[in-house]
Structure formats: C-alpha cells, structure tokens
Design a protein around this ligand. Structure first.
Ligand SMILES: [Zn+2]
Length: 64
C-alpha cells in the first residue's frame, strides 16, 4: 500500500532525529514531507514533537 510505504520512509529513529534538529537547520521539502507523513501515522513521534515544542516554548519564556 502506497500510504504505508510513504509513512515508513523514515523510521522512528530518523523522525526523532529530524524533530530534534528542526530548530537548528532548515529541512528540504522532501524531509519536511517525510516527517509530516511519519508524524501523521506515528503517535509516539507526534507526542515527542509536542513535548519538544512545549519544552522550547518554556525555555524561550524562561530566557526573557
Ligand atoms: Zn515514529
């Protein structure tokens, strides 16, 4: 199935690596699409992204 193949183009390991790099560098369109697809299908990585966003938000508040 095509959707299954697309969402598994990145492993969870790759997805979490991309998520943690998201503030340091710009992703290519392909990377963004792969990550979005993975996050749409994988609740564990989607949760990781939300936690990281929350942490960054909290940190940026703290720095002010
Ligand atoms: Zn995942």
């Amino acid at each position: 199935m095509l959707l299954h193949r697309l969402t598994h183009m990145v492993s969870c390991k790759e997805a979490t690596r991309l998520i943690s790099q998201s503030e340091e560098r710009r992703f290519s369109l392909g990377e963004r699409i792969k990550l979005r697809l993975h996050l749409a299908a994988c609740t564990a990585c989607a949760r990781f992204e939300r936690q990281l966003a929350f942490m960054r938000d909290a940190m940026s508040r703290y720095r002010k």
